[in-house]
Design a protein around this ligand. Sequence first.
Ligand code: HEC
Ligand code: HEC
Ligand code: HEC
Ligand code: HEC
Ligand code: HEC
Ligand code: HEC
Ligand code: HEC
Ligand code: HEC
Ligand code: HEC
Ligand code: HEC
Length: 332
Amino acid sequence: MNEALIKSVINKAMKVVVGLFIILTLVSLSFLVDATEQKKQSSNTEIAEYSKAGADTCLRCHDQESTFPVLAIFNSAHGNKNAKHGPFSSSGLQCESCHGAAGKHTVKRLRKGRVRAAMISFTDQDTISNDEKNQLCLSCHQASTTRHWLGSTHQSSDLACTDCHQIHVRNDPILNSAQQLEQCGQCHTKEKIASHSAFSHPLTSGQMGCTDCHAAHDANNEQLLASDSVNETCYQCHAEKRGPFLWEHEPVSDSCLNCHRPHGSNQAGLLTQRAPYLCQNCHSSDGHPSFSSGSDYLQGQQASAFLLGRSCANCHAKVHGSNHPSGNKLLR
Ligand code: HEC
Ligand code: HEC
Ligand code: HEC
Ligand code: HEC
Ligand code: HEC
Ligand code: HEC
Ligand code: HEC
Ligand code: HEC
Ligand code: HEC
Ligand code: HEC
């Protein structure tokens, strides 16, 4: 073996060793950096403290001119200083009762390359789960209206309270029945569209809201209805349909929905179908006194009461039940 060859082998070996050394230091350095970063982060959450000056601290940076204007909360129910246990009551944690302890979020100047420690956000889907958001609200609202929230369709569909409720507004629109068609309609387009049908409850005019028939957080009743059953819900306003009747019409006491669509319909009277078809779902013409249905009978002298206008109801006017001694055929 000559010297030159040995030298070049040693040279190569040295290079490999140096290379390895550099790689190893880099790797361990990066671990070190990671560790300090982690330490910083965890210490950040560990020592996250509530701001001593409460909202005043926040208002240094967050006001009505911010990307997200915050001040309207002071005109809302939550802003009320006298509300017992409210966020801004004397013992309240103010902004941080919902957004969590601020800790280092409030530092004035950030060091170069550092990001501001995050607060709990209700609009950013990624920071915390809906369940965790709801726990924050429920920490104050467990006992009151929300006692039936758990198990309700909205809860089990993983909705956040804040999918419906807005906090930084003077008046929360979802609590205003005139705005519910829009608010609830964001998710329930089918019902929203139905309410624009030719016939519907006065929802579009704002005279009625969804909550006249529904309880948005109540697991007690099917379909989140405001009362025990469909009929009880309707009787709240259409009490005369409750009876008791001497002559009941069975489908009526069973469910109004046998014949009506609550959210709207293109048939007069919110009917599911027009008579006679509606009635003929259940009644055959066999044995009925005189029954004519040809198109000739739609007009003129021979116009048939079976087909025109109120059709069957021309004679059977008491579709919902009768109290007349001889009203057994719902004729009077
Ligand atoms: C020194 C200025 C400053 C102070 C004080 C401050 N914030 Fe912020 N806050 C910001 C900035 C800037 C952002 C936007 C963060 C971003 O874009 O990275 C922000 C974002 C937020 C967010 C959105 C979520 C997030 O972390 O991005 C919330 C909620 C929030 N702040 C609440 C508060 C509350 C509550 C207080 C008082 C305890 C407070 N802030 C105090 C500057 C501040
Ligand atoms: C009762 C709970 C509650 C209190 C108290 C509260 N907030 Fe909020 N905050 C929310 C909710 C919920 C949202 C989401 C938007 C909404 O519902 O209006 C929000 C949104 C925000 C946002 C926009 C970023 C985001 O998505 O979270 C900022 C910034 C903010 N609040 C700052 C503040 C400040 C500053 C205060 C105190 C003056 C405060 N909040 C008090 C519940 C609260
Ligand atoms: C620190 C306690 C506290 C927290 C946290 C809290 N609230 Fe409240 N909330 C109150 C108080 C107190 C009232 C006022 C009750 C009253 O005036 O009768 C209120 C009122 C309300 C109202 C009725 C508003 C109105 O205009 O009548 C709604 C809706 C509401 N809160 C929803 C929420 C939601 C959603 C959250 C979570 C983002 C939340 N609250 C978090 C204490 C709290
Ligand atoms: C699907 C929409 C929706 C969701 C989700 C929702 N709410 Fe409500 N909430 C409403 C409506 C609508 C009302 C008004 C009820 C009424 O007028 O009968 C209301 C009323 C309230 C009230 C005021 C009660 C009163 O009588 O003044 C509070 C407090 C409240 N909700 C808290 C919550 C909390 C806390 C959560 C989450 C656990 C929540 N809500 C989830 C729609 C919702
Ligand atoms: C006049 C009373 C009434 C009003 C007003 C009303 N609903 Fe309903 N809603 C009902 C009844 C009754 C049912 C049960 C229907 C059934 O069992 O098929 C129902 C069912 C529903 C369902 C479940 C539908 C399904 O297919 O399972 C949704 C969603 C709904 N309503 C949303 C709304 C919304 C949103 C509004 C406001 C725009 C509203 N409702 C207004 C009476 C009403
Ligand atoms: C953020 C979306 C969202 C909003 C806003 C919302 N809902 Fe719902 N709602 C849902 C989901 C998801 C379901 C589960 C069934 C489904 O997929 O339709 C549901 C189900 C329902 C049901 C049927 C309940 C059952 O047992 O089948 C009714 C009734 C209802 N919502 C009424 C309302 C009313 C009234 C409002 C306004 C106060 C409202 N919702 C606002 C998402 C929403
Ligand atoms: C909060 C009160 C309220 C509740 C609850 C209610 N309604 Fe109504 N209903 C009204 C009002 C108001 C009208 C419109 C009356 C008018 O236009 O003269 C109406 C109209 C109707 C009409 C049409 C009347 C016509 O002449 O075209 C039918 C049918 C009807 N409701 C059925 C129902 C059914 C079925 C339910 C239960 C699912 C129900 N309503 C629940 C208030 C209510
Ligand atoms: C068997 C079918 C049927 C059932 C079930 C039914 N209705 Fe009707 N309803 C009708 C028909 C048909 C009309 C139209 C009558 C007319 O043209 O005179 C009507 C009209 C109405 C009207 C408007 C006219 C009036 O009489 O006030 C209301 C309100 C009403 N129904 C409420 C209800 C309620 C509430 C229930 C449940 C308790 C119910 N209906 C169940 C068939 C039915
Ligand atoms: C969902 C099914 C259903 C619909 C729709 C329906 N009915 Fe009925 N109807 C019944 C039942 C069930 C009875 C009780 C039958 C019995 O006692 O033999 C009844 C009884 C009657 C009676 C009394 C019959 C008797 O022998 O005492 C008359 C009249 C009547 N219905 C007319 C109508 C008219 C008019 C309509 C349309 C507006 C209508 N029905 C829609 C199911 C229905
Ligand atoms: C011209 C008036 C008139 C019209 C229109 C009419 N009916 Fe009748 N209906 C009667 C009379 C009268 C009786 C009672 C016959 C009796 O007492 O024997 C009756 C009886 C009935 C009965 C009880 C049958 C029985 O065997 O006792 C039913 C069910 C009925 N009608 C359903 C309907 C339906 C459904 C329509 C629409 C397709 C309709 N009627 C249209 C006058 C009418």
